[in-house]
Ligand binder design. Structure first.
Ligand SMILES: N[C@@H](CCC(=O)N[C@@H](CS)C(=O)NCC(=O)O)C(=O)O
Length: 218
């Protein structure tokens, strides 16, 4: 059975987790506590980069969440989370890459402020402006639709939705973005979303290890 190395607080792992559930792929979840399990000899042998998520499927090991999503789509095509027309593929990949390269990249420094670490005021302001630019762009792409592409769930919704759902915790309100707000509410109704949503107690319990990771990276 496919092995899924994850932790419920990891947004990178959650996108894979939601895809596994949406595709109803049987999997064995293997919890990697991010307060040190990632550096163990056993896990380093599986991922020398010491990060989650990782999947191992029929002896194939895949690291990097977006690569894993592409593998799952190719290997388990039904139900499909990737459209087939050139235009739609472009939208899905664009939304995914903006989520990771712009949104997540700007949320990471702001996480420092949430957990009481220092962040240069100018860097914080640049990050906030980038996040607002992404929210505006997503709002225009959604334009009142339930999903980014043709009213059916794709990897774009999963990758962007997991990050956008965390924005209120960073002080961003969705009230000025009616399409984004309605889209997120629709995602939150899905079983895969509800099964992978963190309770505030779990977030609080994870704060010390998140703090250690951010301190190490700065
Ligand atoms: N680009 C990678 C990022 C993976 C990543 O940074 N994972 C974090 C958890 S969200 C991790 O394992 N951190 C452990 C550490 O930095 O020690 C992906 O998308 O899979």
């Amino acid at each position: 059975m496919l092995k899924f190395y994850y932790h419920p607080t990891s947004v990178n792992a959650r996108r894979v987790w939601v895809a596994l559930l949406e595709k109803q792929i049987p999997f064995e979840p293997i919890l990697i506590n991010l307060d040190g399990d990632q550096f163990s000899e056993d896990f380093t042998a599986i991922n020398p980069l010491q990060r989650i998520p990782v999947i191992v499927d029929n002896k194939l090991r895949v690291v990097e969440s977006l690569a894993i999503l592409d593998y799952l789509e190719a290997k388990y095509p039904t139900p499909s989370l990737m459209p087939s027309s050139a235009d739609d593929i472009a939208v899905v990949r664009m939304v995914e890459m903006i989520a990771v390269n712009e949104l997540q990249a700007s949320m990471t420094p702001l996480t420092r402020l949430l957990i009481g670490l220092e962040l240069d005021a100018q860097k914080a302001e640049i990050a906030r402006q980038r996040i607002i630019a992404v929210m505006q762009f997503y709002e225009s792409l959604l334009d009142g639709h339930s999903y980014f592409v043709k009213d059916s769930l794709t990897l774009a919704d999963i990758v962007a939705g997991i990050l956008v759902s965390a924005l209120p915790q960073f002080g961003f309100s969705l009230s000025a973005y009616p399409s984004l707000k309605a889209w997120l509410e629709g995602l939150e109704e899905r079983e895969s979303w509800q099964q992978t949503t963190l309770s505030s107690e779990m977030i609080a319990a994870a704060l010390p290890s998140i703090r250690k990771i951010l301190e190490r990276r700065s």
